[in-house]
Ligand binder design. Sequence first.
Ligand code: CMP
Length: 142
Amino acid sequence: MPDTHTLTIVKPDAFASAKAGKIIAHLEAQGFKVCAARVMHLTQAQAEEFYGVHRERPFFRSLVSFMTSGPCMPLVLEKADAVASLRKAIGATDPKEAEKGTVRALFAESKERNAIHASDSDENAARESRFFFSESELLAAH
Ligand code: CMP
């Protein structure tokens, strides 16, 4: 299985509880390599655009408010079959349903404040990576 790339975001709840470093260390220990990373505070417009697919969902306003409540950290990660590997490593959206040992089982607070985002397809990984990073910042992910 060749190495591919995916996009993750360590979310504001992880920064509020000072667990961002532990989450990244946990992923590195599972074989993910960091190719790009930045700490930023999303604007409302950025959060609304990034989560635009959820615009009609009842939790959309609350999700945007949460994602703009503090710093977050988008990262591009590399591993064999990166998208599927990362989805497995982070666990179900709701930490109560997440498999033991996954990032959300270990570090998430709730279905909304769930510590981490991961792209759900190669196409979305590429689109979401370009959302946060410039071409030169993505050079290590080629
Ligand atoms: P994420 O993987 O980033 O994709 C969409 C996000 O919306 C999700 O993680 C959660 O943070 C949030 N979310 C999804 N479903 C719900 C829900 N039922 N209630 C509140 N927040 C949700």
